[in-house]
Design a binder for this molecule. Structure first.
Ligand SMILES: [Zn+2]
Length: 308
């Protein structure tokens, strides 16, 4: 009896053991199943997320490439615009230079129309200055430059600054240089000539031929001497004054009209005519005299005659 009880107990124990074990196994199994379901759903969620992200990425890439295309188009447009701008600017520059050119031409014409062409004309025994010619504006020469400082001598107003500068420079260099005659009207000249005729008869033209007188009527021509000589004599060419004029007068626009052995007129070392700095410089550089040049060459300097 006792043995049987033990066996039964053992069997019951075993049955209990098996029951509890299988319950635990079931518990584990069902738990595992649950976990599997959870993981599966999580995986699905993740897959979904990946899909959504992928779609987003794709659409973003598309938008990007669209933007790049648009940007390139805009760049093209802006390139075109900047080219257009450059073209317009080039046009404007061209117009500007054309306007400058035109106004330059207008200035030149205006200047020429205001400058008497007689100022650079060559005069000869057959071509005289018109007796009615009077310089545009005459001004009184500073009396301290005159041989007779009580006299009144006039000069073309535009030439006066050049003459004053030259006289000041000569004085600074210690040169004894004085003006004997300057502007002479047609009437003045007629009186001078009559005077000569009384003295020398028909030979007067030798002394006071019309060529030299024409230049004085322009108001741009001067006769110089020194306080020692006090007159117009060829020995003026032996003075320091003449040497100084020969070296410097051209820089003030003055030239000797009738040099030694010229074929136009008698030698007059005292007689200097204003022809403008540029022409005087050219004559000096080429070792030529005013009357050596052709009139058409001389005329080119009319526009700049009063330029420094
Ligand atoms: Zn003279």
């Amino acid at each position: 009896m006792k043995k049987l009880q033990w066996r039964e107990l053992l069997i019951i124990g075993l049955i209990l053991l098996v029951l509890s074990g299988s319950t635990y196994g079931w518990f584990l199994f069902s738990n595992f199943k649950d976990m599997e379901v959870t993981m599966e759903s999580e995986i699905r969620l993740l897959q979904n997320s990946v899909r959504v992200l992928r779609e987003k990425f794709t659409s973003t890439t598309e938008v990007n490439s669209e933007l790049v295309t648009e940007l390139n188009q805009e760049r093209g447009v802006s390139n075109n615009l900047s080219q257009d701008l450059q073209t317009e600017q080039a046009k404007n520059t061209m117009f500007e230079s054309q306007i400058k050119e035109i106004s330059g031409t207008v200035n030149t014409l205006q200047k020429l129309s205001q400058t008497d062409e007689e100022l650079l004309s060559k005069y000869s025994k057959v071509y005289f200055l018109n007796e009615n010619f009077i310089p545009q504006l005459l001004t009184r020469i500073n009396a301290q430059y005159l041989l007779d400082n009580t006299a009144t001598k006039q000069i073309h107003a535009s030439v006066d600054p050049f003459l004053s500068a030259m006289m000041e420079a000569a004085s600074k260099d210690g040169i004894d240089l004085k003006i004997v005659s300057a502007y002479r009207s047609f009437e003045d000249q007629a009186a001078v000539k009559t005077g000569y005729k009384v003295l020398y008869g028909s030979g007067a033209n030798q002394f006071s031929a019309d060529q030299g007188y024409s230049e004085h009527q322009l108001g741009t021509t001067l006769d110089f001497t020194t306080t020692k000589l006090r007159s117009l004599v060829t020995s003026f060419d032996k003075t320091d004054a003449y040497a100084w004029l020969s070296a410097h007068a051209y820089t003030y626009g003055f030239v000797l009209s009738y040099p030694k052995e010229n074929v136009y007129y008698q030698y007059e070392p005292w007689h200097w005519r204003f022809v403008g700095v540029q022409l005087a410089k050219r004559l000096h550089d080429e070792n030529k005299y005013f009357y050596d040049l052709a009139q058409r060459d001389i005329n080119e300097y009319l526009i700049t005659i009063f330029d420094r």
